[in-house]
Design a protein around this ligand. Structure first.
Ligand code: RIB
Length: 305
């Protein structure tokens, strides 16, 4: 059994870069087209593995070429894939990603195989969850599966990092079972219905989530770092200023690094500092999985920044 278990999404990302996003009804000539494995869960898992984490991936692939490419990659990265399932009901999930010259992105994910993963599939791996030290999840799978996972984690006393992306309003029941909730600014606003234009507003929104039962809110703020909110108070943990060319998977690498650092016994603040560095390095490279740094790259980055 692995120390960290990521329950989540796979995808084959089809990325197009361009100067500016097309307007409604407009056709534009783009720059480059890239095809790379991604998916928030997959990115978080590989981020963790590249930092030296002992990690298992749980999820569903289609019985197709994309599924095989992704599974081979996971094996090469040293991830435990013994409970990754394959379906012939749907193809492997595809994400369509547009990136403009200022490194902003727009993403559409077609649910496909990720949404075939069921509560029954999850119940079949209860032993895996019971024997892991940290569970990492996102919201690219069915919400009822994630709710069941949170229930299982609470029952088995396993801490859970929930990256609420893509954001949807969540029940108090689910939130109260989450140990670490890691929204970005937009997700923080969707979860609370509260504006997040200023740091004070973000703190108010984070407090709303604490009041609803989340143990620790860690709101990622891009190059400004991350806001940590819990019973001991609120604090911004500084980030790194870098030249961003592609922000895809920055949040994912942050979550993977956070899990690895916490399992290694680092304090929450130390873990967030490391995760900020990993997220910063990720935005300096193109693609999802290709942009995820290794342990030695992160150590060198921290030394020189
Ligand atoms: O967070 C980035 C990921 O979101 C991409 O890899 C894409 O697959 C989408 O799921």
């Amino acid at each position: 059994m692995s120390k960290i278990t990521v329950v989540g999404s796979f995808s084959m990302d089809l990325t197009v870069t361009m100067d500016t996003f097309p307007k409604e009804g407009q056709t534009i000539i783009g720059k480059k087209m890239l095809k790379n494995p991604g998916g928030k869960g997959a990115n978080q898992c590989i981020a963790c593995a590249r930092l030296g984490g002992d990690v298992e991936m749980i999820g569903m692939l289609g019985d197709d070429e994309n599924g095989r490419i992704i599974k081979d990659l996971f094996i090469k990265e040293g991830v435990n894939v013994s409970h990754v399932l394959t379906t012939d009901l749907e193809p492997t999930t595809i994400a369509l990603i547009e990136i403009d010259a200022s490194a902003q992105n727009k993403i559409v994910v077609v649910p496909a195989a990720n949404f075939v993963y069921s509560i029954e599939d999850l119940q079949n791996i209860k032993e895996v969850i019971a024997n892991t030290e940290m569970v990492v999840a996102q919201l690219e799978m069915r919400l009822d599966v994630m709710e069941e996972l949170a229930k299982m984690c609470q029952k088995l006393n396993v801490p859970m990092i929930l990256n609420p992306a893509p954001a949807v309003p969540l029940s108090d029941e689910l939130l109260s079972r989450v140990t670490y909730l890691t929204p970005n600014e937009t997700e923080l606003s969707v979860l609370t219905g509260h504006p997040v234009d200023t740091l004070d507003q973000m703190k108010e929104a984070a407090q709303m989530l604490l009041d609803r039962g989340v143990k620790h809110v860690i709101a990622t703020l891009g190059d400004k770092g991350a806001l940590l909110a819990d019973v001991s108070g609120m604090k911004v943990i500084a980030g790194y200023k870098v030249h961003a060319i592609d922000t895809v998977a920055a949040g994912d690498s942050f979550n993977g690094a956070l899990a690895k650092a916490l399992v290694d016994g680092k304090s929450l603040e130390e873990a967030i500092l490391l995760a900020n560095a990993v997220g910063a390095l990720t935005v300096t490279r193109h693609g999802a999985v290709p942009s995820l740094p290794t342990k030695s790259e992160v150590e060198e980055f921290i030394k020189t920044h």
